[in-house]
Design a protein around this ligand. Structure first.
Ligand SMILES: Cc1cc2nc3c(=O)[nH]c(=O)nc-3n(C[C@H](O)[C@H](O)[C@H](O)COP(=O)(O)OP(=O)(O)OC[C@H]3O[C@@H](n4cnc5c(N)ncnc54)[C@H](O)[C@@H]3O)c2cc1C
Length: 409
């Protein structure tokens, strides 16, 4: 033990997990020093939820776990120990009232992510956590009694060390992947890093008028020889990629798959029989109009040029001269519109990083390394990630809480 017989703990990273760890761990027996390379805490949280910070998802543990993509079972104990309901209570009781929106997404009533960060920093200060900013950790060494944390200008000793350095995405927020190197230096395996919750790059040219378009209630399917998954919801377009909730979720599922084929069902509410009847009805009612008109009755106008560019549909065919084969082909294009998939977007554009410190080497109850006593990993640096909806921040908070309690117990 160090100075004043207090156990001295250094946590690297003052993001969601580091801040929450520090305020829960610091007490009369535990001195906590929080080190971050940035000038301020919570840079990534600041931009989260489009600046509103979707801090958790107000759901039961079982549903929560269903929304975790990688290593849900590892998180079972941490999420049970600090549940979404506990997050809601914490912020409500610390002058940061929360509200629940569509899909159980929880935000601060103020719609300001800064209020979430201010609450965490204020509580850290109340608990006398030492916050050291603009201090980039370069190296960690094991000492006889603990660890030496080597920064550019200073060195710090501690009894226990918590690594809360985040993932690799949005590196401008400070998460540049250093935590993986620290983990490797202690012999930890790093599961290959992939971009998750990111746009999907496609070969088709996306026209300008599509940038503001949301294709509502469509179904995106990804398949290869051993994988098939469909996700229903809204799709949006960027230069060279598709995005929006269903593309982001799909990216988390296919970021480790090869030879993926993507198709869109543009009318998932109508099965093939019903869609065929609908086409026949339009044809009967408008015999002298053309296929272009027929498309306007079924698709948003901004999408029609893209549809025509990427199918064999002839827009000038008059409806009363449409053959059965042509109608069946059109039906097929509606139900299985092909998108030529390239890959998931680069890791810096992902909302989270998939992969990271192999959880097989981490105790799920305490977040302590099984390879090095006194070393802990929390938050996104671990090989865990979830869908959008507040799940990723809750993972940061729950793993941080479990770690803090383990150190105190
Ligand atoms: C655009 C965007 C929107 C998001 N929106 C949401 C949302 O609404 N809801 C949700 O649940 N999740 C959201 N996420 C994901 C969520 O923000 C992260 O999963 C979460 O912040 C991870 O917390 P963390 O503490 O593990 O890492 P971070 O919050 O990334 O914190 C890591 C900290 O470590 C510091 N650090 C790293 N290396 C060093 C070093 N060598 N020395 C010193 N300091 C270092 C960094 O400066 C950083 O402050 C979003 C992510 C992005 C990019």
């Amino acid at each position: 033990m160090s100075y004043e017989n207090k156990e001295k703990i250094i946590c690297i990273g003052a993001g969601a997990s580091g801040l929450f760890f520090a305020l829960n761990c610091a007490d009369e027996r535990h001195e906590v020093i929080l080190i971050d390379g940035n000038a301020k805490a919570g840079r990534k949280m600041y931009i989260s939820g489009k600046g509103r910070c979707n801090i958790t998802n107000d759901c039961e543990v079982k549903e929560f776990i269903n929304n975790v993509v990688r290593n849900p079972r590892f998180l079972y104990s941490a999420i049970n120990r600090f549940k979404p309901a506990d997050t809601i209570t914490f912020f409500n009781e610390h002058d940061c009232p929360l509200k629940t929106e569509r899909g159980n997404r929880v935000f601060p009533v103020s719609d300001r992510s800064a209020d979430i960060i201010d609450t965490l920093v204020r509580e850290c200060k109340k608990k006398k956590v030492k916050l050291l900013f603009e201090e980039i950790v370069k190296k960690i060494e094991k000492t006889d009694n603990g660890f030496k944390v080597i920064c550019k200008n200073n060195e710090y000793d501690c009894d226990k060390l918590v690594i809360a350095t985040g993932g690799l995405s949005y590196p401008s927020t400070g998460s540049t992947g250093d935590g993986y190197e620290f983990a490797r230096s202690f012999g930890h395996k790093i599961i290959e890093l992939k971009s998750a919750l990111c746009p999907l790059r496609i070969k088709e040219k996306i026209t300008k008028e599509m940038y503001d378009l949301t294709l509502k209630n469509v179904s995106l399917t990804a398949t290869n020889d051993h994988f098939r998954k469909s996700i229903f919801g809204d799709l949006e377009f960027l230069t060279g990629s598709i995005t929006g909730p269903i593309a982001l979720s799909m990216s988390s599922l296919i970021n480790r798959e090869d030879n993926i084929r993507l198709t869109l069902d543009l009318k998932p509410a109508l099965d093939e029989e019903k869609l065929d009847k609908r086409l026949l009805r339009e044809i009967e009612n408008n015999p002298n109009k053309d296929v272009r008109y027929l498309l306007t009755t079924l698709l948003p106008k901004e999408f029609i040029p893209f549809f025509l560019n990427n199918t064999a549909t002839d827009p000038d065919v008059v409806l009363n001269s449409m053959t059965k084969i042509m109608r069946k082909q059109l039906l097929n294009d509606f139900k299985r519109f092909r998108l030529d998939y390239i890959s998931v977007e680069s890791i810096d554009k992902g909302i989270v990083t998939s992969g990271g410190v192999d959880v097989k080497e981490i105790d799920p109850k305490t977040m302590e390394s099984k390879l090095c006593e006194g070393l802990f990993f929390i938050g996104e640096v671990l090989d865990v990630d979830a869908f959008t909806g507040g799940f990723n921040l809750q993972i940061a908070l729950s793993t941080a809480y479990s770690c803090a309690m383990a150190i105190k117990e």
